[in-house]
Design a protein around this ligand. Structure first.
Ligand code: GDG
Length: 467
């Protein structure tokens, strides 16, 4: 069996009891996949160094070998805080108003991708399968090919691919998109992001997309398809059954004191639609006087990417908005929004999900959204809660039995909360069963298998082809 070499921006094997615990969905999902393979996970350590030397730090943790490098301050500023998080992240989440185009960011992005390529290249053996992750490393495949690598290589994008009309606002977008053709397989979470990519290839690159997923541009042909990511369902079941989760469940139920809990869990990010969510909840309180004092919104939002200015701004506006709503509606014995800016251990989250009668997950745009799937997996089958989910999350294409809402519409959010509160138990169970069936069967193992199978089938590696 070939080894699997996973390459992503950050390497952080999940630590289930890490109380800070704000791991992204990527880290949680990948560790589960890597444990099954005797492979290597290569990426940035998260640390800075005065001078980049290409030194690799190897570690083994819970069956996963990680190989990490440190980056220079300027690399982090231009590549990570700059091009990845201030240019590509907003653009790919349809926020061209927030996207910053700065030549130094683009230069840093190329430089770090080159550093990744040069450092990882000697670790790769002829038969290895290479799996590159996410928007930080789009040009890496082309950089590796330039260094003579002929192995099968796949790329998975964890965020949406934007519509062509937005994509063209990126300077030198063709170069970035063309570099994707160095891979053999390109994966997206949903058909929607895949279609946007295919449309871009046909409009902007003059390529051709076959119905079997083959994309041809000039001499080059690659396979592109949708592989929706799932959660580690078994692991999450164990988390739900843990003592820590039970304690967290009881803590929340006790403090709820008979009131119904609406939960939201999101990294503090503008793509997650937190302001719009608070405003939708405010509309619900306005329109449903009888519910005041009987429900509350628990919004857990651990800060992320503190060095990017936009994130300070969103934090300030949410502090202000939650304070205003609480000031407007609170009573001596009831606060409508519990807004918590800290992360919790995974098992605590599992207990909170189970204790909450409703989950309100309303991103404005989200590649997938794993919180929605975790909420489903954490429910009591005899008395499950209701999932309210944005129709603009990739997860909405699988979790069709959620109450799907337009996250920009206060009325939609307000109506869905009312409907969820009144939903009869039989309907809750029916909807939950259908969603749970999907979350359980299309889990992270299924996702990994689907992608790696496609990579293995992607034809002989170029080394074999050359022989
Ligand atoms: C990107 C894409 C795609 C959150 N707070 C805490 C905590 N979390 C965990 C959740 C979940 C993960 O972080 C968040 O995953 P999401 O999928 O919701 O969102 P992103 O971080 O934006 O992930 C997304 C994903 O990649 C995978 O491809 O689904 O669309 O944007 O697992 O539980 N975990 C802990 N404490 C917290 O306070 N332990």
């Amino acid at each position: 069996m070939s080894r699997l070499i996973v390459i992503s921006n950050r390497v952080s094997a999940p630590r289930p009891n890490d109380p800070k615990g704000a791991q992204g969905g990527l880290s949680v999902a990948l560790a589960a996949a890597l444990r099954e393979y005797r492979g290597i996970w290569f990426g940035w350590s998260g640390n800075k160094t005065d001078e980049f030397t290409g030194h690799i730090d190897f570690q083994r943790h819970e069956g996963v070998t990680s190989a990490t490098i440190d980056l220079e301050e300027q690399d982090v500023e231009e590549y990570y805080n700059g091009y990845a998080n201030r240019t590509l992240w907003p653009l790919f989440h349809y926020r061209i108003d927030l996207a910053e185009y700065d030549r130094s960011f683009a230069g840093g992005y190329e430089r770090v991708n080159t550093r990744f390529a040069e450092t990882v290249r000697p670790l790769i053996e002829a038969d290895d399968l290479i799996w590159v992750h996410d928007y930080h490393l789009i040009p890496l495949g082309a950089q590796l090919r330039e260094r003579g690598l002929k192995n099968r290589m796949g790329f998975f994008l964890h965020i949406p691919w934007p519509p062509s009309r937005l994509m063209v606002s990126l300077p030198f977008h063709e170069g970035l998109a063309l570099s994707l053709l160095a891979y053999d397989v390109i994966g997206f979470h949903t058909e929607e992001w895949l279609e946007s990519f295919q449309n871009y290839v046909e409009r902007e690159l003059g390529g051709h997309c076959d119905s079997d997923g083959t994309i041809r541009v000039g001499e080059r042909s690659v396979h592109a398809a949708a592989y929706p990511i799932g959660i580690d369902y078994q692991e999450f079941q164990q988390a739900v059954a843990s003592n820590t989760a039970r304690t967290a469940y009881e803590r929340l139920r006790k403090s709820a004191d008979g009131r119904r809990t609406i939960i939201g869990v999101d990294r503090l990010d503008y793509s997650k639609g937190l302001e719009e969510r608070f405003l939708g909840y405010r509309r619900f309180l306005e329109e449903n006087e009888d519910c005041r004092g009987r429900v509350f919104l628990l919004q857990i939002a651990p800060p992320s990417r503190g060095e990017v200015h936009t994130y300070e701004t969103i934090r300030e506006s949410l502090d202000e908005l939650s304070g205003r709503i609480n000031g407007e509606f609170a009573e001596v014995d009831w606060v409508p929004i519990r807004y918590v800016n800290q992360g919790y251990a995974r098992e605590d989250l599992a207990g909170f999900y189970r204790a909450a009668e409703i989950a309100l997950i309303t991103p404005l745009r989200d590649g997938m959204n794993l919180v929605a799937k975790e909420y489903v997996a954490a429910q009591d089958p005899e008395d499950p809660g209701v999932l309210i989910l944005s129709r603009f999350a990739g997860a909405a294409l699988q979790l069709k039995d959620a109450l799907l809402v337009n996250p920009y519409s206060k009325e939609d959010i307000s109506d869905a909360i009312r409907r969820a509160l009144e939903m009869p138990k039989e309907e809750r169970i029916r909807r939950w069963r259908a969603m749970n069936e999907n979350v359980n069967s299309e889990d992270v193992v299924w996702w990994r298998k689907s992608f790696v199978d496609a990579l293995e089938k992607a034809g002989p590696s170029r080394s074999e082809a050359a022989e």
